[in-house]
Write a protein that binds this ligand. Structure first.
Ligand SMILES: Cc1cc2nc3c(=O)[nH]c(=O)nc-3n(C[C@H](O)[C@H](O)[C@H](O)COP(=O)(O)O)c2cc1C
Length: 162
């Protein structure tokens, strides 16, 4: 049985980590893209995306390939938006709720330094689970490619593989 990394990334941090991890654990990458992309520049991006996250929106998604029967382990990757996980990940979980039953879950979260724990709690809540098999919080990992972050990512990978 394989592992899948299901992620959304607006500015590349989550994508950078998703690709790094996928390579190490031989996982399939499933990139989630909303049909109507969120604004990605200026203050409007925080207002628009933040409001959407707080409201619990589930935007329509571009087509993706996810054959749940292939996977026993799903790793979610999301930025923090207004102390929440992102709406496109919410859409994915909503669309696949039945298919996700009985799977093992891990998650990594990228942020600027605030709200990651709340985002993880909301993700667990939405998945209807009390614990993730592994969790990882990183601050702007695309820019901060340092030893500390590499160590954290590798520990996360070890927990997934154990
Ligand atoms: C709409 C929006 C809301 C955000 N809210 C938060 C937040 O509450 N806390 C935080 O630390 N960072 C917040 N950020 C910053 C992102 O979580 C951070 O830059 C992350 O690394 C981006 O990941 P990405 O490059 O994969 O899109 C927000 C960014 C956006 C666009």
């Amino acid at each position: 049985m394989k592992k899948a990394i299901v992620y959304y990334s607006m500015s590349g941090n989550t994508e950078y980590v998703a690709k790094y991890i996928a390579d190490k654990i031989d996982a399939d990458l499933i990139k989630i893209v909303p049909k109507k992309e969120y604004p990605s520049k200026g203050m409007i991006k925080f207002l628009w995306g933040g409001k959407s996250a707080i409201m619990g929106d589930t935007p329509a998604l571009e087509e993706y390939s996810f054959d749940s029967s292939k996977y026993e382990y799903i790793v979610f990757g999301s930025p923090v938006w207004a102390s929440c996980f992102t709406p496109p990940i919410r859409s994915f979980i909503k669309e696949n709720r039945e298919n996700l039953k009985g799977k093992k879950f891990a998650a990594f979260i990228c942020n600027m330094g605030g709200g990651a724990d709340k985002a993880l709690d909301k993700l667990k809540n939405y998945l209807d689970i009390s614990e993730l098999s592994a969790e990882l919080v990183l601050i702007e990992p695309k820019e901060n490619r340092n030893e500390e972050n590499e160590k954290k990512i590798n520990e996360f990978i070890e927990r997934i593989n154990s």
